[in-house]
Design a protein around this ligand. Structure first.
Ligand code: B12
Length: 396
């Protein structure tokens, strides 16, 4: 552990040293300083993205772009931002063919709590050194263009997957900031870019990445698994077995691959059933188990029905006929119409004779118009089956 020396409040270099050393001692993988003036380029990029509808599921608007590009809304007279990267890459857990795929960022203790602890230590150290409250913390949930300020600080460059890539650490890092009224000497931006590499663009199954450093977030699997309404039918087959988030663009990213696994013990899965969840168990997830198992992770903020919906889509994408009994049961039982609708889709995707029979039976008792529509569409899909009749169950 690095000993952090007391600093004089009128010595910017010493104060910067306090920020950097405290952040590193508290577990940051990298830390740099940005000046806190508004980011006009980020504001323009956000405006354009919102006008294109790239973030339609998030309801971002002009007011968000204005606030997110100006750190002064977090603390008046903001002069500097301590930009911190917390590495989280850990080894993927062993999976069977009936496991859902969970993004690395979501399987550990919720990163908001971990990052907040780290940022609070940095903020406390600066407040103490300055002898006054001179800081405000931001991590993910505050309107702040975190990646743009990380780039200004030279902490990272923004990749074509739109994530911040930290030299030697890659992009599997969380970003957090301490905005302060102290004038700390800023670090210069990096002169790095992705060059001609398009691996992230090529690997994205939904075509969310355009290759010009922008993303249509409404097509991003991470967004699709987190939205609370229905997943557009055309995109469901492209989601594969992802039940929360998606790592494909980052897994394909050369500097991120080279960085390896930089996450410490706090980045490890809270339990195996979270990192590689059994899809049938997730399809049946009740509130109690959800609270016990998922609430403490970043998968906990959208509720149990969203996870059951995602499990239904993933099971449909396994094309495994052995999933039909569990899906048929949920088609009759699940209290949430959105889940029943996606279960119907999954049965239509598997399209075996028992799946077809379950869909027909459900049509007799289903009253929700949206679910009846899904069932009718699924029955049409059964008429054009994608699975050969002689396919055996494929799960281990
Ligand atoms: C909404 C949101 C999402 C949405 C939209 C993502 C997106 N690309 O905008 C969805 C649900 C899709 C999402 C997914 C993910 N997210 Co998210 N998300 C956010 C959140 C809350 C807001 C982002 C936002 O405002 N987007 C609107 C866009 C238009 O603005 P922007 O991204 O801030 O900035 C852009 C412009 O400013 C412009 N720009 C500005 N200056 C410059 C300069 C140059 C040279 C260039 C090229 C561009 C540029 O490019 C920036 C990047 O596109 C941030 C936290 C935060 N407060 O920033 C986390 C955040 C971006 N997410 C994060 C993570 C970890 C993820 C996932 C990896 C999770 C996962 N595995 O599923 C994926 C990655 C998907 C992807 N390829 O982007 C991390 C990213 C860390 C990192 N290393 O970059 C953040 C920073 C949270 C955190 N505190 O760590 N996310």
């Amino acid at each position: 552990m690095i000993a952090v020396l007391p600093a004089r409040r009128d010595d910017p270099r010493a104060l910067k040293r306090v920020a950097l050393e405290t952040a590193l001692a508290a577990g940051a993988g990298a830390v740099r300083i940005a000046a806190a003036y508004p980011d006009v380029q980020a504001r323009r990029a956000m405006r354009n993205a919102f006008a294109r509808g790239d973030h339609a599921t998030w309801g971002f608007d002009e007011a968000y772009a204005r606030r997110a590009s100006d750190p002064a809304h977090l603390i008046a007279k903001a002069r500097s931002i301590v930009c911190v990267a917390l590495p989280y890459a850990t080894r993927a857990p062993a999976r069977t063919s009936w496991c859902g795929t969970v993004s690395n960022y979501a399987w550990s203790e919720d990163y908001h709590r971990r990052l907040r602890r780290l940022l609070e230590r940095v903020a406390d150290a600066l407040d103490t050194a300055a002898g006054a409250k001179v800081t405000a913390i931001a991590c993910d949930t505050q309107p702040l263009a975190e990646r743009a300020f990380a780039a200004r600080a030279g902490l990272a460059w923004i990749g074509k997957h739109t994530n911040a890539i930290v030299p030697t650490l890659g992009s599997f890092v969380f970003l957090g900031e301490v905005v302060t009224t102290l004038a700390l000497p800023p670090d210069p931006p990096l002169a790095t870019s992705c060059g001609a590499c398009t691996r992230c663009v090529d690997v994205c199954p939904t075509g969310a990445l355009r290759g010009d450093y922008t993303i249509d977030a409404t097509r991003c699997i991470s967004d699709l698994t987190q939205r609370t309404d229905g997943i557009p039918p055309a995109l469901r087959p492209l989601i594969g077995t992802w039940v929360w988030g998606c790592d494909l663009c980052q897994q394909a990213c050369p500097p991120t691959q080279r960085a390896g696994t930089g996450g410490d013990a706090t980045s490890a899965p809270v339990e195996a059933g979270v990192a590689a969840p059994d899809l049938i168990a997730m399809l049946r997830l009740r509130h109690g188990t959800f609270k016990r198992r998922f609430k403490r992770t970043a998968m906990g903020w959208r509720g149990a029905a969203v996870l059951r919906r995602n499990a239904a889509v993933a099971l449909g994408n396994t094309l495994d006929r052995a999933a039909v009994p569990a899906l048929s049961e949920r088609l009759g039982d699940d209290p949430h119409p959105m889940v029943r609708g996606h279960v119907a889709w999954a049965l239509g995707r598997i399209a075996s004779p028992p799946a077809r029979a379950a869909l027909r039976a459900a049509l007799d008792c289903e009253s929700a118009p949206s679910v009846r529509e899904e069932i009718a569409r699924a029955l049409r899909a059964c008429d054009a089956p994608t699975v050969p009749d002689d396919q055996d169950a494929v799960h281990a």
